[in-house]
Design a protein around this ligand. Structure first.
Ligand code: FMN
Ligand code: SF4
Length: 518
């Protein structure tokens, strides 16, 4: 009987040699006359163990990793197809502590299913949410999303139900669903993992959104550096259409929803929703004034729901298991689960989906295992390049939108980048201003000019004597206030977060050269 072997095909695993591993396994099995079936799954998100190979057994899957092509002959010698022991054995996959303690709702199928198989998707509970939604009215679906407490996972944490209702209530001959898959934040990869590992869940979520608000066309605005996600999405869209789950008659309902992928322009600002719309319309990605809100006047001037990949991919679970089921997870106004992406100087970087409420310390220490350098953690940047730098004294902050706002930070898209004590926080602050200067769309003065002036003041701060240091710090804080209050969008409006947090928590790194010499 043929044995199924899983070798991931997501971009992360491929960059670590998964393609060579898959072909070595196929070649070695053939040479030994063994019949196997290789499934190219998504990553489980345990990146320090990638490429992680799994073998299906009657008792569940067993894992081996990290596997390189050179290890493959030895794995066969150890009879890994029949759970034979090998130095790379990790035991039953579901028993690996990092995975076992997670609460995977949105990522329930990622790494488990064959991302190209609709049959596999349905066998693992896929399209149950859509089937339920087809039996409900648009307002009932929108109410379910509202009741679930789901907030946007792209950064602003705006309640998804309110956005959907605004679009649903708008009167127009054409409406759109746009998925923001630009994933520009540093240290983030949850969107990519979903699109590569379980693309049907995003398609299902967008279809439910379309039916709910009355939109018949959807677009996925996909980060241009994601060719593997593009291939996975293209394949899944074709398969879904052939299976009657996309097109002019969704699952025999007589209702239409069409979906296309558009490759993004390769600029951070094109992840900002109005800039994204400009880009999708074929123009340069410049931020639009709001109002009008995109939900009322969005793509091509029509009512448009724009949501992040994780937001939309969370919808099928809500429609399948119910709003109360989803809402039961979490704390305060942060309901459900958040896929957190651990990156930077960590022993065990990877994807951790947990209900809101666990602490940053649990993430860094229990999951991350501390720094890979072995040096003490000094700062953690949460929420991408515009997120605040959090000192170790605030590690007990719970993962909750409001708790992060209270310490001057933000959760954003759930990216967590760890730095050890060798980091120069003044250099990091300067980098925030430099990033803003490079990525600014140029529409408003505080961001376009302020970011460059910010770099210059930080340079002067570093170089100046004590008297000048005080003057330059006042100037820098004043400039940050102008950017915070006067920028048109959150690029200029949040670039001061990393700068101010670095100044507040790590003032010693801004000591001028003359001062440091004393
Ligand atoms: C400079 C900038 C970049 C952004 N980049 C992204 C991005 O890459 N992906 C994303 O989903 N949202 C991004 N956003 C947030 C979007 O503007 C918008 O809030 C989001 O797409 C709404 O979806 P959600 O409610 O599901 O989060 C960005 C915002 C700003 C200001
Ligand atoms: S803050 Fe920066 S990116 Fe945003 S509109 Fe102004 S210039 Fe453009």
């Amino acid at each position: 009987m043929s044995i199924t072997v899983y070798v991931p095909r997501d971009a992360g695993s491929l960059s670590l040699g998964a393609e060579a591993v898959a072909s070595a396994i196929a070649t070695e099995a053939k040479r030994r006359g063994l019949e196997i079936r290789i499934v190219r799954n998504g990553s489980r998100g345990l990146y320090w163990l990638e490429p992680m190979v799994e073998v299906a057994t009657p008792e569940g899957r067993v894992a081996f990793g990290p596997v390189q092509a050179d290890d493959v002959a030895g794995l066969f010698d150890a009879d890994f197809l029949h759970t034979g022991h090998h130095a790379l054995s990790l035991g039953p996959t579901e028993e690996i502590g990092y995975l076992k303690s997670q609460q995977r709702l949105t990522f329930a199928r990622v790494g488990i299913v064959d991302p190209r198989s609709l049959v596999d998707y349905r066998a693992h509970g896929g399209y149950r949410g859509l089937e339920n939604a087809l039996g409900m009215s648009g307002p009932e679906v929108v109410q379910a999303v509202t009741d679930s407490g789901l907030r946007g996972r792209g950064g602003a944490a705006f309640p998804a139900g309110i956005k959907w209702k605004t679009c649903m209530d708008a009167q127009a001959s054409q409406k759109y669903i746009v998925c923001n898959a630009d994933e520009g934040d540093s240290g983030t990869y949850a969107d990519r993992m979903i699109m590569e590992g379980d693309p049907f869940v995003l398609i299902e979520g967008m279809t439910i959104a379309g039916l709910a608000v009355g939109a018949t066309q959807g677009y996925i605005y996909l980060r241009v550096e994601y060719p593997h996600a593009q291939r996975a999405l293209d394949s899944a869209i074709q398969t879904a259409a052939a299976g009657g789950y996309l097109g002019s008659d969704i699952h025999g309902s007589g209702k239409a929803f069409h979906l296309d992928v558009r490759m993004a322009a390769g600029a951070y600002i094109c992840g900002e929703e109005t800039s994204l719309l400009e880009s999708l319309e074929g123009k340069r990605g410049m931020v639009r004034f709001k109002p009008p809100l995109p939900a009322i006047e969005g793509l091509f001037g029509k009512p448009t729901v724009i949501n992040n990949v994780v937001t939309l991919a969370s919808v099928p679970t809500i429609l399948d298991k119910g709003a109360a089921f989803y809402r039961d997870y979490g704390m305060g106004r942060s309901r459900g689960t958040l896929p957190l992406q651990l990156a930077g100087n960590l022993k065990r970087a990877g994807l951790v989906e947990r209900a809101f409420g666990l602490t940053l310390r649990e993430l860094i220490e229990d999951y991350g295992g501390g720094t890979v350098s072995g040096r003490p953690v000094r700062a953690i940047q949460v929420g991408g390049p515009l997120g605040a730098y959090i000192p170790v004294s605030q590690l007990d902050t719970p993962i909750d939108y409001e708790a992060f706002i209270a310490i001057g930070g933000m959760l954003g898209h759930g990216g967590i980048v760890v730095f050890d004590d060798s980091v120069d926080m003044a250099a990091q602050a300067r980098y925030a201003m430099e990033f803003c200067a490079i990525e600014s769309c140029g529409k408003c003065t505080p961001c376009r000019i302020g970011s460059t002036r910010g770099m210059e003041v930080i340079d002067r701060l570093k170089a100046g004597d004590t008297a000048e240091r005080d003057r330059n710090e006042v100037l820098l804080r004043d400039l940050c206030q102008t950017m915070l209050g006067g920028s048109l969008c959150a690029l200029g409006g949040m670039a001061p977060f990393p700068v101010l947090s670095a100044l507040d928590h790590f003032p010693e790194d801004f000591a001028g050269a003359a001062e440091a010499a004393i």
